[in-house]
Write a protein that binds this ligand. Structure first.
Ligand SMILES: [Zn+2]
Length: 180
């Protein structure tokens, strides 16, 4: 049986931008190129690639261990000057996926994510149901189209104001940096 996605890739993309821009406010310069944002967005959606592994959804790729691995790989492949900053932002983007899944609804047991894989097989979920389930099966039927459209609209309604606020905050600090 294939489990549902919790937030959709759209919700995860917005979550990744929010995480990276939040980290960007606290992790000092140097700033990197804007096109790296696409890498961060890909990382925020990447944990759900485990959908292609039968019976492996929300386990290994949805763990803090995987997040640490992303941090270490990013640190290994990034240039000297921006190394730790880029690695931190990569881990933040990846970690945003775990956070959003934890906050989302999941009605199919085992519910949640295996956050402490491989040490523990326990599944974690907040039960806050902040994000609705999105279905991947029969997704061209009217009922599922409706369910997914509502879920994605809700994701955008929650995440877009957060992303907009962070965009504004970053602009503000960028201006302050110029003046100081
Ligand atoms: Zn996921």
């Amino acid at each position: 049986m294939i489990g549902p996605l919790m937030p959709s890739p759209i919700g995860h993309a917005l979550g990744g931008v929010a995480a990276v821009w939040s980290a960007d406010l606290v992790v000092p310069r140097p700033r990197e190129r804007g096109r790296l944002l696409l890498v961060y967005i890909a990382l925020a959606a990447a944990p759900d690639l485990d959908l292609f592994v039968p019976g492996g959804h929300r386990m290994a790729t949805h763990s803090l261990f995987a997040m640490l691995l992303v941090f270490m790989i990013a640190a290994a492949v990034t240039g000297q000057v921006t190394r730790w900053r880029t690695a931190t932002l990569c881990a933040a983007a990846y970690g945003s996926h775990l956070l959003l899944d934890w906050l989302g609804a999941d009605n199919m047991p085992p519910r949640g994510i295996q956050l402490f894989w491989p040490i523990s097989g326990r599944w974690f979920i907040s039960n806050l149901d902040i994000f609705r389930e999105t279905a991947r099966q029969h997704f061209l039927t009217p009922a599922i189209i409706r369910q997914n459209a509502i879920a994605v609209a809700q994701e955008i309604a929650i995440m877009a104001p957060i992303v907009a606020l962070l965009w504004w905050a970053r602009r503000r600090t960028a201006k302050l940096r110029i003046w100081n």
